[in-house]
Design a protein around this ligand. Sequence first.
Ligand code: UTP
Length: 419
Amino acid sequence: MANNYIDILKENNQEHLLKYLDMANENQREELIDDILNLDFKTIKELYSISSRDNDKAIESCIIEHTKFVDKYKIAKDEFDKYKNIGEEIIKNGEYAVVTMAGGQGTRLGHDGPKGTYILNVKPKPKSLFEILADGIKRANSKYGISLNWYIMTSTENNDRTVEFFEENNFFGLSKDKVRFFKQGNLPLVSEDGKLLMDKNFHIKYAADGNGCIYKSMKKAGILDDMKSKNIKWIFIGSVDNALLNMVDPILLGITVFEGNKIGSKSVVKRSPEEPVGVFCKKNNKPAVIEYTELPTEMAKETDEDGELLFGESHIMCNLYSIEALEKISENTLPYHSAHKKAPYLDESGKMVKVTKPNAYKYEAFIFDGFVFFDDISILRGRREEDFAPVKNAEGQDSPQTATELYNNYWENNENGRM
Ligand code: UTP
């Protein structure tokens, strides 16, 4: 046993960790050995092998087609009412729940703490992103006479601080037993030459495994069972960083049910062919989102007879699923994508190194890769000024400043609530 970890490290080309084991104190050493013995080196090797693959090439072998959508503001009155009634009935029956993906690292924003704790300077008083989401739940609760179940996905890194923040804020006035947290998984980061990186306190450096791992994490944490025990049939999953996210839209729900689909999603029109967002398409005849990095320039610019972009429906992390759909996806494995990231690490002299350029690969599953398990999806086109105020970057576009402006504009004109 004592030499076991040494053999494992040698076999897997990770002997550099032995130097750290020599430097660590007894507790750190024990923890590190334990971690090494539990690591899945086969998966790490497989992941590293995708790091250098050219994503652009993979798309060339697929058939990419435009996909249909319905514009929420072009629906005829009687149809609109029909969708509304279908959606509202499910919501009023208590068969609807919401989930927030709050496990991201928010590296672009650079906020010290979970992204949901970031305070936007909105009117009439500053609010955290979590409070803005909680407001939406409170509005739905009073409008429909319900008490929505809210599930929040955190990461190992930010779970404790997130839970504390809710406690400190008295769950924003929501009933505590209606809010449930669950953690997503982790994957190790590797250097450009495939070596595991060391973090402070002689821990192997891990990062959250991407928002696409939500399906497996929900199953593993018993969230899907909990939902079934509560007779929840439809689940909205959204991001933590959209100050205009509408988590309870009966039209999205109604149209998805009416069209007989198991999944639905809200889109907004892409600002320009160059905007860096993923767009909906059909990929090999299945619903999909194609990343802006993968969409060839000519296709990004293609328009229909009305001059609208053919690939213009942006995926804004506003997704709806039946419980069966979530179960189905959670039983499948989604592919991992690699991202070249800046990752501070402990060097072999025991000092933390700050990095100025990307030095490591991080592996993430993407939520939209779960759409492929279905033949179709209902896409409802919303409006940017009503549905999408992302907080991604510290400054410039999609920053706290632009999100605050969008939020203030929307709520100044919609004091009586939203559809
Ligand atoms: P992004 O992909 O924009 O990532 O997340 P991010 O972590 O917030 O920001 P950057 O890229 O590091 O700057 C979109 C949504 O998915 C969630 C985020 O919390 C956000 O709500 N997410 C992302 C997770 O829950 N887990 C992850 O592993 C990644």
